[in-house]
Design a protein around this ligand. Structure first.
Ligand SMILES: [Zn+2]
Length: 261
């Protein structure tokens, strides 16, 4: 049976970038829509979450999310057990992390760049939503800083940059192209004739390297959400009426890799 999510071979904990497959929602949210705020039937979105949790073997009650606002704020996942399943978003932010065993964090996307961070040494996990605004604001560097503030070492962090709208499809204005060139260099902007396209995942990767991660510890997944309508929701391709993927990482480290004292 095929899984309903993609993974990176780098990360040593359960994690995934969900696809459209394996849910109960109907078009335009078919089928594994994991976004509550997109106009889908709530009961179906709940059922989709339950299916994902069952596939992972992780309680839905320990999934933490945030109300995403295209900002640069990264927060620690809230304490306490929720009585609702899934628990409601925990405030406005675009990244969250946890060091609580058994808990998991996730961000929703439909074209924006999802980034999962894992500290196998300090045993912390983080999920980040990085659209063009978050990418320009370098939210992934804020996430690294949040982990480092708790003792993580940047050179020990592992990162997986998930499926997003890629340089083949992400046409933007000349003005935004110029801003990204100024911010990250010309290699993140593709110019063909009068068309300007952004390479967001490359800008995110370079931000992670700038924050101290090692190149071999940053995995960038290739799929383009706008190109592949069978597997992915795309806000741009579907003109706003579409579902959301959940990009999640579970704090469940192999027993052998306990914290190094
Ligand atoms: Zn594409």
């Amino acid at each position: 049976m095929s899984r309903s999510f993609l993974q990176s071979s780098l990360l040593p904990v359960p994690h995934g970038f969900t696809t459209r497959e394996g849910g109960v929602s109907e078009e335009p949210f078919a089928s594994l829509n994991l976004g509550f705020a997109v106009g889908d039937v709530r009961e179906r979105v709940v059922e989709n979450h339950q299916r994902l949790a069952a596939e992972l073997g992780v309680p839905l009650a320990t999934l933490h999310t945030v109300k995403q606002v295209h900002g640069e704020r990264v927060v620690e996942a809230g304490a306490g057990e929720g009585s609702e399943e899934p628990r409601p978003p925990e405030g406005e932010a675009d990244g969250l992390w946890t060091d609580r065993p058994g808990h998991w964090v996730g961000v929703g996307t439909a074209d924006c760049v999802p980034v999962l961070l894992v500290d196998p040494e300090g045993q912390r996990v983080a999920a980040v939503h990085s659209g063009w605004k978050g990418t320009e604001a370098r939210i992934v560097a804020r996430a690294v800083e949040a982990l480092v503030a708790r003792g993580s070492r940047p050179e020990r962090l592992l990162a997986a940059v998930g499926p997003c709208i890629q340089r083949c499809c992400y046409v933007v204005s000349e003005e935004l192209g110029e801003r990204f060139t100024a911010c990250f260099g010309p290699q993140v902007v593709v110019r063909e004739g009068s068309q300007v396209r952004l390479d967001l995942s490359r800008a995110v990767r370079e931000t992670l390297l700038g924050a101290g991660l090692l190149a071999e510890r940053v995995d960038v997944l290739a799929p383009c959400t706008a190109c592949d309508a069978r597997r992915f929701f795309s806000h741009r391709r579907d003109a706003g009426r579409t579902g959301r993927h959940l990009n999640f990482v579970v704090h469940r480290f192999p027993a052998a890799s306990g914290p190094i004292s």
